[in-house]
Design a protein around this ligand. Structure first.
Ligand SMILES: NC(=O)c1ccc[n+]([C@@H]2O[C@H](COP(=O)([O-])OP(=O)(O)OC[C@H]3O[C@@H](n4cnc5c(N)ncnc54)[C@H](O)[C@@H]3O)[C@@H](O)[C@H]2O)c1
Length: 376
């Protein structure tokens, strides 16, 4: 692995972003701004108008519409890939070829085969590779991880995840086509929940999955017609973990009445042999906990779990459900400066992709799928 060498430890990690759309503006650039080890030096996007706007909003000098140029730039140490899903593979392989550390948005690719190629390229290049699985960084999730792995709720038995959004039925742009997104709710939303379930419970052995589409989305928000969507807007799976526990996941983007200021509803919960712990995305500084015979009730997440150790983020600032997303950059830069693997890495992105692919396979075949020999 190329460590950000000690001689350069006082030098910033020079970051280039490919894809200057929503997620870069909302998560990654604010994360770079608060990390004294990081400097945003360049950006790439094929949309020249947006690129110009970001250039002045973000205060960067170098911009390009060609990702190869950005990847080849000797004055860049690390690259964030935040473009539509179908573009990730070639960009990650180019970044690895040029020896850049890589954080790539989820889903890493359109299929496990693509993601294998990306992972192998990053491993061969010896660079830090990270998958942007955001919700692992919620304070509540960090504390629940500690409680579950330290045995505080006994043996984990049932995992449960619900992600219900009430989104408009107009076009989702690139997100609504297999060619550009791979799948709908499954790759956009449920894949995060597959990842954090395996982080809490261990690997999945077998699963049974289903997807469905209720909205064809043939009109844009401005009323123009567009080709109909060919991806799911509801996804679900039942899984059996290697530890003997079981899991149930359900996600939808068309749950009417679940608007909640546009944030929808999210619950994730584990019932263990001695207690239950629950997370709600929109109150990430609390968890809900109950031991045998008690009623599950809210408690505050202890101070030390509100952010990663050493992070300069002021936990009293900003909306709690937004600001933990900045901690991804802290982890990425920490892995680079400490010369260790990032968490979650491309391995975790690959495993989640393999599970999501198996959900589609199960939906087509109507049968359970054994996945234990497919995971890395
Ligand atoms: N981790 C999370 O919580 C989270 C949240 C939102 C989005 N995402 C992921 O981030 C990625 C981007 O999503 P978004 O919502 O920011 O999308 P977006 O459509 O807002 O932005 C994507 C940008 O990529 C640019 N682009 C497309 N093809 C390009 C190319 N070949 N070269 C350069 N630029 C190109 C587009 O012009 C656009 O500006 C997706 O993979 C999505 O799944 C993750």
């Amino acid at each position: 692995m190329n460590v950000h060498s000690e001689s350069s430890a006082s030098q910033p990690i020079r970051i280039g972003i490919i894809g200057v759309g929503a997620v870069s503006d909302y998560h990654h650039v604010p994360g770079i701004r608060i990390d004294p080890r990081a400097e945003l030096v360049a950006a790439c996007d094929e949309n020249e108008v947006l690129l110009e706007q970001r250039k002045s909003d973000w205060g960067i000098e170098k911009t390009t519409t060609d990702y190869e140029t950005l990847c080849a730039d000797p004055d860049i140490d690390a690259i964030i890939i935040a473009t539509p899903n179908f573009t990730h593979k070639d960009m990650a392989i180019a970044a690895a070829r040029h020896g850049k550390h890589i954080m790539c948005e989820k889903p890493l690719g359109l299929s496990g085969d693509e993601v294998h190629e990306m992972r192998n390229a990053a491993v061969a290049a010896g660079v830090v590779h990270m998958t942007a699985f955001t919700y692992r960084f919620a304070p509540s999730m960090r504390y629940i991880h500690h409680l579950v792995t330290s045995g505080a709720i006994g043996a984990p038995r049932h995992f449960r995840s619900q992600r219900f959004l009430d989104w408009p039925e107009t076009s989702w742009g690139w997100r609504q086509y297999k060619k550009t997104a791979g799948a709908g709710d499954l790759f956009d939303m449920t894949i995060h929940r597959i990842d954090f379930a395996m982080d809490l419970m261990g690997k999945i052995d077998k699963l049974c999955g289903s997807v469905a589409q209720f909205c064809s989305r043939e009109e844009t928000t401005s009323g123009e017609s567009c080709p109909p969507s060919d991806v799911d807007d509801w996804s679900a799976l039942i899984g059996v973990f290697q530890n003997g526990g079981v899991g149930v996941w359900e996600g939808t983007t068309v749950a009417k009445g679940y608007n909640f200021n546009g944030f929808g509803h999210e619950l994730a919960e584990i019932n263990g042999s001695a207690g239950t712990v629950r997370y709600h995305l929109h109150e990430p500084n609390k968890i809900w906990i109950g031991k045998t015979g008690q009623d599950v009730d809210a408690i505050d997440v202890p101070e030390e779990y509100l952010k990663p150790s050493g992070s300069p983020r002021d936990v009293t600032q900003g909306k709690p459900a937004d600001v933990f997303r900045y901690d991804l950059i802290w982890e990425f830069c920490s892995a680079i400066t400490e010369g260790r693997d990032a968490m979650p890495s491309f391995d975790h992105g690959l495993n989640a992709q393999i599970i999501a692919d198996a959900v589609l396979e199960s939906n087509t075949s109507g049968s359970w799928i054994n996945v234990q020999h497919r995971l890395v």
